[in-house]
Each structure stands twice: as C-alpha cells, then as structure tokens.
Write a protein that binds this ligand. Structure first.
Ligand code: NDP
Length: 485
C-alpha cells in the first residue's frame, strides 16, 4: 500500500483529522494506497508554514531561485521512470505517454520559469521633460494552486513553477484521484533545496480541502484548472473576497478539416488529437468538422484506423497500447452515459461505443473503446457538453463560413485546429474563431512563451510566458516628477 502524506513546512504529515481516502488505480479498479483526507485545519497549518517562509523567499536572490528551480527540473528528469510509472498507475494513461509527454513537460515548466525569472522586467516610461513612471511587480504572498487529474504533474507544475519563481509561497492541491506524482514532487523539491514552507502540498477532496484553500483569507490568489462548474463555484467564493483568479476550464474543441489539407498528416494527427490520453486532455478535439467533398473518404479512413486501436493495460509494454483506462469509475460512468445519450439523441455509432472488459486482475478496470459518432447537429447535448473521454462526433460543412459557424457554436472557446494549405482559408478561420488557442496544421505544439488558455466559458486570466509570472504578482505604478533644477 502506498501511503501518501501532506507536505507542510518541509515535513510529511497525515491529515490533522487522521482521516484517509482510498487511492484507486483505474487499470484494475483496485485500491493501491491511501491519501490524507485533509480539511481546513491542514490548510491553516500550511498557511502558517507559507507565512513563515515568505519573508525570506520573497527576498531570495534571483541567482539562488534560478539554481533551485533548475535543480527541481533536473531531478524530475532524473526521476522520470518513477514519476511516469506513478502517473500511469494513478491516471490509467499508457506508460509510454507519461514517459514521453507528461513528465518531460513538467521538467520544462521549472526550467522555463527558472530562466524567466532572470529576464523578467518591469516597465519604465519617460514623459518629457521630467516625469518618470515605473511599474513595480511584487509577489502576492500566499497563493493557491488547484489542478485536475488529466495531466497531473504537468498542470500542477505549470502553476507552481511561475508562482514560486515570482517569489510567492504556495498551497497546492492535486486531484484526489491522481495524487502520487505530487507526493513525489514534494521530496524532489526538498532534495533540490527549496526552503521549507515555500511549497506546501495538501491532499484530499475538492469540496473539502479545495474549497478550504479558496476560502482562506490569507490566500490572495487562486490559480485553478478544472471543470467549468467548479470554476463557477470558485468565482462565487473568491469573487466577493477580491482574490485574483486564473481559471483554466473546460472545452468542446473543434477541428476544421478543409479539402485542401495535407490529408496524411491531418489523419495521423486527428487520431492523436481525438484520443490521446483517452480523450482526457482539455485540448483534445471532440468535434470534427469535415468538408463535404472529403467527408465519406475521411469517415471510412478514420473509422478504419480508430477501429484498430489497442485498448489495454497502461503498464503493458509488450505491445503498443494506444488507449489505457479512464481515470476513475465515476468518470467512466459519465462517459458511458454520454455515449448512451448520443444514441438517444439519434446519433449513429461508427466505431466503439462500448466498454472493454480485460482479463484477470484487470476485469474491473475502466476501459472504453474509442468512439466515433455521426448524425448529430450542433445544438445536441452531445455536441454542446464536454464529455472529456474517447468520444468524437463528425459533422459535415460545405463552405468555410459554415465551418466557422459550427466551430463557434459552443459556450466554450479553448482550442481549435485548422487543417488547410490555403492561406485565405487559414486567415479567415483563425481570425473568426472564438478560441484562445488556434493550431494550424498541428496539434498540441506548445511554446511556453505564448499565452495559454481559453475564452468564453473556457476560462479567465490567461497565462503564458511572462504573463504566467505576472498573474502571481501585485503591480504598483510609481510616478515621479523630477524637480527642475
Ligand atoms: P474538477 O473541476 O472536478 O476538479 C479540478 C480540481 O479542483 C481538482 O483538484 C478537484 O479536487 C478540485 N475541486 C473540486 N471541487 C472544488 C471546489 N469546490 N473548490 C476547490 N477545488 C475543487 O475537474 P476534473 O479534475 O474533473 O478535471 C477535468 C476538467 O478540467 C475538464 O473540464 C477539463 O476540460 C478541465 N481542464 C481544463 C484545462 C485547461 O487548461 N483549460 C486543462 C485540463 C483540464 P478533487 O478532484 O480532489 O475533487
């Protein structure tokens, strides 16, 4: 049994209440460990530790901060195998995917912000003849970072790294269903020399310890990634307290496939963008919009490829597993219900649409075949609500104007992909799309210097590059009039 503990002031503790929650691996549905069931008492201890650490950390030299963040990055890389294994066991994603994407990207987050803090600058403006205005950006103090289960270490570190780089102390909470990599990160930060109390990690449920973090008056900013409904709840609590908020929320991303695209590349990447991590990436494309002239060919080719995808034990490296397990029993049932609803709405299942039962110890694991659905209009719940699983719909369009209208027919605006080699089409679509991120002829290519996040109900307080560090600062404008001599 893996016993996970909270990390407060550089030490490992059980919850004050001494209550525990089971940690289940989705590949078998079996309990493999416990986590502390933390609450407001643990938040209070973490806040005290962070408060004690803040005066020194906020005044620590850039050189030392740079060294510590880089060391954390190096140690993540050195512990890649252990972290990838933990992530795969916790989350159900294929081990190769955790090893290739999640863990290296978590290391990159610390490396990027180690460098960013060295180049971070305030602005200064001269208004002749004698007025100088400058901005002074100072760390906020204690900030809260709450992250989801789909890319556990990557999204957790995407918040923590800029927060501590900007000189803050952090109270962080990973999802209760994927706690293991956060627990390992605590030891890595300790080994890297991060002073006690700069990072505090609490485990437990969202409604209990998550909301206690949001409610605590000393925690002045909340960086949250998760579902839109949870984001709304956080706004209701933190808004009246005037906390700074960055909310990265849900999506219902479209991929627009024009008939002039590089067909082979588009097909390969569309399979990936639809089903990577069992479709449980906020940036996955779940609505495929296809030009009518290639619709039938696309449908036949896509269905054939997806029908051959392997679904199996995420830890099995004897064959290439394309799809592992869905993260939890609750989410598994939610995805299966969404597939049933698509049938009820009149959709046709072209591929998948069913659970997969594996043999032996894995028979109670949470596996679903990648699923393709056609025949549903943009107004259906299937095309409106986030499913966040291995489920995509196909829709047909005849003009680029129609493609744009279909892509924008959503309350979300996170990421959209355009497949085309026609620059007129690309410009028309990328300018008209109501989407925080637009990928043209690619998917999931990230440059950490660019803002990340969505618009509409996909989020507020977009972060990226310097902006991610700016979010974790308070800004002062200082204006000085130089007396005439
Ligand atoms: P949730 O909103 O359920 O949970 C996200 C985090 O918030 C978890 O740590 C959760 O804890 C915690 N939480 C839950 N309720 C509260 C609360 N009342 N107060 C404070 N914290 C709370 O999302 P999921 O974990 O299910 O993640 C999937 C969602 O995340 C999808 O909608 C997806 O689109 C979105 N997402 C968005 C991304 C983006 O960049 N825009 C990136 C990745 C995912 P616990 O799990 O322990 O209950």
């Amino acid at each position: 049994m893996k016993v996970i503990k909270n990390f407060i002031g550089g030490q490992f503790y059980d919850a004050v209440s001494n209550n525990f929650l089971d940690n289940v691996t989705p590949s078998s549905g079996l309990v493999y460990g416990t986590i502390p069931d933390s609450d407001e008492e643990d938040v209070a201890l973490a806040v005290t530790a962070a408060k004690n650490a803040f005066p020194l950390w906020s005044q620590t030299s850039l050189d030392l901060k740079f060294q510590i963040l880089n060391r954390i990055s190096d140690l993540i890389n050195e512990n890649l195998e252990a972290l990838a294994l933990a992530e795969s066991i916790d989350n159900g994603k294929p081990l190769w995917l955790a090893r290739r994407v999640d863990i290296p990207r978590a290391a990159s987050n610390f490396q990027f912000f180690a460098t960013a803090l060295k180049h971070y600058a305030s602005e200064s403006y001269l208004n002749p003849p004698n007025v100088i205005s400058t901005t002074l950006r100072q760390p906020i103090g204690i900030v809260g970072c709450i992250s989801p289960w789909n890319l556990p270490l990557y999204l957790f570190t995407w918040k923590i790294a800029p927060a501590i780089a900007a000189g803050n102390c952090v109270i962080a909470k990973p999802s209760e269903v994927t706690p293991m990599t956060a627990f390992l990160l605590a030891q890595i930060c300790k080994d890297a020399g991060l002073p006690d109390g700069v990072l505090n990690i609490l485990h437990g449920t969202g409604p209990k310890v998550g909301s206690a973090i949001v409610e605590h008056p000393m925690i002045k900013a909340i960086s949250f990634t998760g579902g839109t409904a949870t984001g709304q709840q956080i706004i209701r609590t933190a808004g009246p307290m005037f906390k700074k908020l960055s909310l990265e929320l849900g999506g219902k991303n479209a991929s627009i496939i024009m008939d002039d695209c590089d067909y082979g590349l588009m097909m390969k990447e569309t399979v990936r963008s639809s089903f990577a991590n069992q479709g449980q990436i906020c940036l996955c494309t779940s609505r495929l919009l296809i030009h009518e002239s290639i619709y039938d060919k696309f449908k036949a080719d896509f269905t054939s490829i997806v029908g051959k995808m392997t679904v199996g034990n995420p830890l099995d490296e004897s064959i290439k597993i394309d799809q592992g397990a869905i993260v939890s029993e609750m989410h598994y049932n939610k995805v299966l219900n969404a597939i049933q609803r698509a049938r009820d709405e009149g959709g046709t299942i072209l591929s998948g649409g069913a659970k997969v039962v594996l043999d032996g110890e894995l028979e109670n694991g949470f596996y679903i075949r990648p699923t393709i659905i056609e025949g549903l209009g943009p107004e259906t719940r299937t095309n409106q609500e986030e499913i966040f699983g291995p489920v995509v719909t196909l829709q047909k369009f005849s003009t680029k104007e129609e493609a744009l209208a279909l892509a924008n027919a959503s309350k979300y605006g996170l990421a959209t992909v355009i497949w085309s080699r026609n620059t007129d089409h690309i410009h028309f679509l990328s300018q008209g799309l109501e989407s925080g991120i637009v990928w043209i002829n690619c998917w999931l290519v990230r440059d950490l210097r660019t803002p990340f996040g969505g618009i509409k109900q996909s989020g507020i307080g977009r972060e990226g590059g310097w902006d991610a560090m700016k979010f974790f600062t308070e800004v002062k404008s200082i204006t000085q009039v130089i007396p005439k001599s």
